[in-house]
Unconditional design. Sequence first.
Length: 256
Amino acid sequence: MSMSKPTGYIVYNGPSQIDHERITVVVLTGDSRNKKTGKMVQTYILRADMSPLDASKSGNDYSICGTCPHRGEPTDDPAKKQAAKRSCYVTLGHGPMNVWRGLINGIYPHRTDLLGMVGMGNGRKVRLGTYGDPSAVPSYVWTALLTKASGHTGYSHQSGVRGADFRPDMVMASADTLEQAETFWADDVRTFRVIDDVSDVVVGREILCPASKEAGKRTQCESCGLCAGSGIRAKSIAIVAHGIGAANFSQNVSIA
């Protein structure tokens, strides 16, 4: 009887670069059904000892999301399954929880050798941090995955966070305000900025995400490839707040 091919692999199981708690990185090698990103290789960064929902609700998602203001507020409200006032666009109950269930059921083999990682990204676009911040992970993992990849996307809120492996050459610096973006631009660092309205785009510095609804969904991330950090020469990217937590976006940015 032949065994089915794994749908993903564990490529890292070790300390978070942010707070040293144990985290796990799972690379899903099948075709994603995400209409915005296209059929990219997806990567999930999870706490190794608790589900994404429990980590969010308790605030222990700091290990994988660091200082991102869109994590929301920890709560002990029994009626809530995750952090209160969360503004992140990722729906925890979907992809992250599905991957977590796969983890606890042992369906993902370990493949932490560098050549194995290179093979997973060979000829494909890779999404660094489908959930979780890439800077929580030692960047050698991403370097291996991208060695023969045809491109990638990635975003990080961890600029200036002690210990975080922040690689602006590889990922977009997430900016929550125009002031933050301008600070990054002064250092020739490209940004990804979530905005309230299309009119907030800074002409000459930013363009609207071509895969966004507001830009007419002209392409998918798989084909676009602009969100690859400062390693490429291009304008920074802006996108109107979207996803399940969009209603809390402005409030969380103002608090941050």
